[in-house]
Design a protein around this ligand. Sequence first.
Ligand code: ADP
Length: 374
Amino acid sequence: MQGAGDPDYDRFLIADPDGWVVYDTADELVGLPIDAEQQEGGAPIVVDGNAVGTLWATTGDLSGHSELERRFLDAVDRALLWAVLLVAVASLVAAAFLSRQLVAPLHKLTAAAEAMAEGDLSQRVVVRTRDEVGELAQAFNNMAGDLQAAQVQRRQMTADIAHELRNPLSIIRGNLEAVLDGVYPQDTEHLSPIYEETMLLQRLVEDLRLLSLADAGQLQLIRTDVNVSELLNGVAESARAAADDKGVDLRVDSPPDALYVEGDVDRLRQVIGNLVSNALCYTPRDGTIALRARQAEHLIRIAVTDTGQGIAPADLSHVFDRFYRSDNARDRASGGSGLGLAIARAWVEAHGGEIEVESTVGKGSTFQITLPRT
Ligand code: ADP
């Protein structure tokens, strides 16, 4: 610190008696204490005989650095300033880029979700990243796919139900009109088709009710220990007359030891009865239908095998679908509604089991049920 009075001095400071700077023409040191070394050379400010402060006159630099050092420090200061500016700009650019990266797919998802809410279930979001947003988009696409499939299924189901109702209703209506107009006499011959079609409608409604219960997971089972051999023999006996009429050999083959499953005997009888009546439909004269039961570890396998016409590979994966009938079966006047196997599967699954089919066209089919053993 230089003393006052030197004509080259261009900076002035005033400190209070405690040495705190209260005025600085360079506005740098106000509020800071004057260094002890720097305090020398100040001119005391005396008012009414009291020292109220000290005045310094100095050059702009108080650090005591040489010219070279000062230039170096200035260069470092500038470099630091540029570095800070560069980092700030780079951070802003990176933040803008990242937020675009994050926000753009979210915008797409929001737009797709809004379009879906308005009924367009074909919406999908293009997934490019594998991060959380990518996973969210993938989950969204899966959900959209499931919803779309469910919508198609629902529409198809409504169309199928309408189709199945139309036939019996037009037969009933035609026959009733003819009877009412006196064209047909009110005799058994003309009333029984009406009765049969009403029975068909009733069965269809009951099948649909069961399937809707299955969808809701509400199929009720009355479980007991079911003797599988007795079950198969019972079903075979019920179908024996029809099989004899058709000239089809109906056999039961189960091991000598009694096998038991815990299940609803009526429902299991219905399932196997369904398989046997299908087999009877599709097996020609002199064919064979075999009912077999086997034990495999904790499982019981029940198979219904026929030597019938078989199922084409294209139909095989669909036979358990609701209202599915092969073209062949569709052409038959007496064809069922295509709900039999869907219901069989629903009952088997309600028992915690599985049902599968294997078939070779021209050789025959095997429907196999696997149930947990008691
Ligand atoms: P349906 O009431 O028409 O018999 P199902 O659900 O029981 O309905 O069967 C669906 C379709 O599976 C049938 O229409 C038929 O095409 C085929 N199918 C079922 N069982 C057999 C079988 N044992 N042999 C050949 N085809 C079969």
